[in-house]
Design a protein. Structure first.
Length: 344
């Protein structure tokens, strides 16, 4: 018999923590790993602090994210969390979408059985016993949720739901964290009121995820996308956008280090920065960061004492900060707070 725990925990942080655990394995395969957490507020209530069994929930996520990365050779893995309320319950829905090898619908019946994989040939290539999905289904069912998948030639999406209770008394640490984040967000909103924000990343899903995070931090709506927040996916598109934005008084730029010819953009910015107040945040990966400075500590603003000739060194006077993917919303908030602290 399995006994479930019922303790208070931070649903938001749990998901971000799990995704971050796979940053190195995804980066080593050249896979984009993203975490997209939808708005956890509903009817004026914050649904972030919940009670349930965080250990079992974490194990399910670990199994599904691990499988997604294992069976994805190129492309991306996106972990999404959304919530709904039903009476006094919070129904959390998790989706793990990949661009991997895909699964036939006819294989679903044996997919969640022990010592079974959809295609036996994958065991020889990728390894594994198939126990992860079986255990995940047992845990999901035990917690009163559902689990399933959708698949096509372009990859698979595994999803599961989990009913959780709203915390009756929010944990003091979580409450302190929420208060600090809210205060920081309010200050950042005032500071960035006159800024245009440009996201430059070849991966469209990465831009969309970061856009969602910025919308929540800045309390903006989807109508602000394209006006306040712009996304470009190639160097030529970005340079064209910069030509139009250089007349704006203030510009905040997030640029992926994986973007081909990204140095041409930074070179343009270095020559134009006198005409426009520009802040640049470079998005990198643990793999790129390890190549540069031999570390994999999650990213920071002090990572610019690197090798000569590297992009981050060459333009270190222009670059304000470096953030490691997968980008956590809390990290974006913290970096923006540090970036503008002298202006507050």
């Amino acid at each position: 018999k399995i006994d479930l725990e019922n303790v208070d925990f931070d649903l938001f942080s749990l998901v971000e923590d799990v995704v971050e655990m796979f940053a190195l394995s995804a980066s080593s395969k050249g896979i984009e790993l993203l975490c997209d957490i939808k708005d956890l507020k509903m009817g004026g209530r914050n649904l972030r602090s919940v009670s349930g069994d965080p250990g079992r929930l974490r194990q399910i996520l670990l199994n599904l994210v691990n499988n997604a990365i294992k069976f994805t050779l190129v492309g991306e893995v996106v972990v999404t969390l959304s919530v709904q309320t039903r009476e006094e319950k919070v129904i959390a829905r998790f989706e793990i979408k990949d661009t991997g090898i895909g699964i036939k619908d006819s294989e679903e019946e044996k997919l969640f059985k022990p010592f079974s994989q959809a295609d036996s040939s994958t065991t020889r290539v990728h390894g594994g016993t198939g126990l992860g999905l079986c255990i995940s289904k047992q845990f999901v069912t035990l917690m009163g949720g559902e689990i399933g998948f959708e698949s096509s030639d372009g990859g698979s999406t595994f999803w599961f739901t989990c009913p959780l209770s709203l915390s009756s008394n929010i944990d003091a640490n979580i409450k302190e964290l929420l208060t600090a984040e809210q205060q920081s967000a309010e200050v950042i909103q005032k500071k960035l009121r006159d800024y245009k924000i440009l996201l430059i990343d070849p991966n469209q899903s990465s831009c969309q995820t970061l856009t969602n995070q910025l919308l929540r931090i800045l309390s903006l709506s989807l109508e602000d996308v394209g006006e306040k927040i712009l996304s470009r996916h190639s160097s030529s598109e970005a340079i064209s956008a910069l030509d139009q934005l250089m007349n704006t008084p203030s510009l905040l730029i997030f640029i992926s280090q994986s973007l081909p010819c990204s140095e041409s953009i930074l070179e343009k910015l270095s020559t134009k920065s006198r005409d426009c107040l520009i802040r640049v945040i470079v998005l990198t990966t643990i793999r790129l960061r390890s190549r540069v400075d031999g570390s994999a500590n999650g990213g920071g603003t002090n990572a610019l004492e690197l090798e000569e000739g590297d992009l981050l060194v060459q333009y270190k006077n222009l670059i304000s900060a470096e953030v490691t993917k997968p980008v956590r919303q809390s990290r974006v908030l913290n970096f923006l707070g540090v970036l503008f602290k002298d202006d507050f």
